[in-house]
Design a protein around this ligand. Structure first.
Ligand code: ZN
Ligand code: ZN
Length: 585
């Protein structure tokens, strides 16, 4: 605790010397760069598991006890840095530093809000879980097994205090997060067992090994005790009418949305725009489905309900899918054709020296079928970025068929545009070219997801798939999902939308499979706001492009727009917007 206080004080001194520089009108950017680096270094000590997760291993041996003193220390830490920011004059900073300044300011406020106002530490028992903190150190490839076990040995000493603090913190948990915590904390037990298992391959002394073994047993007992304590709570939660609802409530939701999305829109506004967008998409989907109907159904009469026409068309088109053995091959074949299209149409420059690697999802990441991008963290930028595709090895024939219908020949294209090119992968390449530790750590997920969703639309508009109406229909279905994610999230957390209403939205109005909709219902009970990032970011980027097009007229160049937009790194769209519009008055 003393150490940390010393750090904050030292920093306060450092900052006050910066402000003298400001008075002499010296360029503040060098000082701001030093400030950022000093902040990040002290942040890692304040949040060691976060550091480990980003590939920074200096504080691997720390496991902080989440008690009241630790929270007070966190609040003081962020408040002191928030104060320090005031010493800088935003107007004097470079474009990149302006964005970093805003990202930091938003983060400080958001952290303080989370601790003092949202108080998830009081009602979400699943925030207490040691799995990641231990597993990330155990799996780290940056040091040998003896060094890793030595770090883990120090961490183990705090596990009992960690769960004791957890029990003291929890006041009025939700039933849903309690269930989640019980389930997820079971995972700690196997991580602890892995620590024991790996003792056999280490060359630590017998005494050291015995000590670790004993501490693993104590830690295991602490995890089991926490699970039992939560399980005993559950019957009361089920009957207690005053038990906290999983719904965040409108006030907390509006604030969380502001911090996390970092957009000029309020949650209310985005929700209303999403409702309109749903109607617009329905109209387009109905028109295409009516147009396609005779080709697929000849003289068979169309259903009277227009959304049923759409559903029948989507179901029929979904039968066009690859077979389960060629799922990865299909994606590997698709990527080069996407690359050529982007180059031929001059949509965005891509460095040919850094080709995308498509691979089977590594075993330790498998579990749910799907595709994802693996991007190297800020401390491991020399690692490759991978497009992970999970082979359909473990699914039953029915599960595989349902998955392949969802990711049919049409959606496979949209998925690859989103995950890889020109979606997440291209954004990541540009973001790595404007290195800023602040942007890598506090990167704005609304911009990142918004860019991927924008890429899909942009590729379609530029003629990907030769304007095939069937592909457009599937694209609209995909876009409707992002749109309805927003309606669902806001509806559930701010408006009390019931499960029946939510299922109707997803299944009947967004054409999702029952299983997919059930999964989404579960997700929306356990998380909030994140589901809005896709639609919000997309909308902001699309509007920014329209504004710049309007201002530039004939001089507008799509490739230049994309490259300029991406050059700012993973920054909130509203910040990029201000900087870009300044240049085209
Ligand atoms: Zn099939
Ligand atoms: Zn994405």
């Amino acid at each position: 605790m003393l150490n940390r206080l010393y750090l904050v004080l030292a920093l306060a001194l450092f900052i006050s010397s910066c402000s003298e520089n400001a008075n002499t009108n010296k360029d503040q950017n060098a000082d701001f760069d030093r400030f950022k680096n000093a902040y990040i270094e002290s942040l890692w000590k304040q949040a060691p598991s976060w550091a480990t997760s980003l590939g920074y291993h200096k504080f691997d041996s720390l496991l902080l006890v989440p008690d009241a003193a630790e929270r007070a220390s966190d609040v003081a830490f962020f408040k002191s840095y928030e104060d320090s920011l005031k010493k800088f004059d935003l107007a004097q900073l470079s474009a990149s530093n302006k964005i970093d300044f805003n990202l930091l300011q938003n983060d400080f406020k958001s952290e303080i809000w989370a601790l003092d106002t949202c108080k998830e530490w009081e009602w979400n028992p699943s925030v207490y879980n040691i799995s990641d903190a231990f597993e990330m150190v155990l799996d780290s490839k940056q040091s040998d097994i003896n060094a890793r076990l030595t770090s883990l040995a120090k961490k183990l000493k705090n596990v009992s205090a960690y769960y004791k603090a957890a029990k003291e913190n929890i006041k009025n948990p939700t039933k849903e997060h309690t269930d989640l915590a019980v389930m997820q904390n079971q995972g700690c037990l196997s991580v602890l067992q892995q620590i024991k298992d790996s003792l056999s391959i280490s060359t630590l002394s017998e005494d050291e090994k015995k000590n670790i073994q004993a501490d693993v047993d104590v830690a295991t007992a602490a995890v089991n005790d926490y699970i039992k304590w939560l399980t005993d709570l559950k019957p009361t939660l089920l009957t207690e009418k005053t038990a906290r609802s999983f719904r965040l409530g409108k006030d907390l939701y509006m604030s969380k949305f502001n911090y996390q999305m970092a957009t000029d829109y309020t949650a209310d506004e985005i929700y209303k725009i999403a409702l309109q967008q749903k109607d617009t998409l329905h109209a387009k989907m109905i028109a295409i489905s009516k147009q396609l109907w005779p080709t697929y159904f000849k003289n068979k009469p169309m259903p009277t309900n227009e959304l049923d026409i759409v559903r029948k068309m989507i179901d029929t088109l979904s039968y066009q899918h690859v077979n389960r053995d060629s799922f990865i091959t299909a994606i590997k074949t698709l990527i080069p054709t996407i690359v050529s299209f982007i180059n031929d149409k001059k949509l965005v420059y891509m460095d040919p020296a850094k080709p995308l690697v498509v691979r089977e999802t590594p075993l330790y990441m498998q579990g749910v079928a799907g595709a994802s991008m693996s991007s190297p963290g800020p401390y491991e930028q020399n690692n490759n970025a991978y497009y992970n595709v999970t082979p359909l090895n473990n699914e039953t024939p029915e599960q595989a068929e349902s998955y392949l219908r969802e990711y049919n020949n049409y959606l496979l294209q949209i998925l690859s545009i989103h995950e890889a090119l020109p979606g997440h992968y291209v954004q990541l390449m540009y973001s790595n070219q404007s290195p800023s530790i602040i942007k890598s750590v506090f990167g704005n997920s609304t911009m990142i997801e918004g860019w991927a969703v924008y890429s899909e639309r942009m590729m379609m508009e530029e003629g990907w798939g030769n304007n095939d109406p069937a592909l457009w229909l599937m694209y609209y279905k995909w876009n409707l999902r992002a749109t309805c994610n927003t309606i669902l999230d806001y509806g559930v957390h701010a408006q009390g939308m019931t499960k029946e209403e939510a299922m109707d939205l997803m299944v009947n109005q967004a054409f999702q499979q029952q299983a997919e909709a059930e999964g989404k219902w579960r997700r929306v009970q356990l998380t909030s706001v994140q589901l809005c990032s896709y639609f919000t970011g997309f909308r902001e980027i699309y509007e920014l492009r329209a504004e710049i097009k309007k201002r530039m007229g004939d001089k507008f160049d799509l490739k230049a727009f994309h490259e300029k937009f991406l050059s700012f790194g993973s920054a909130p769209v509203k910040d990029i917007k201000r900087l870009m519009l300044e240049e085209v008055k």
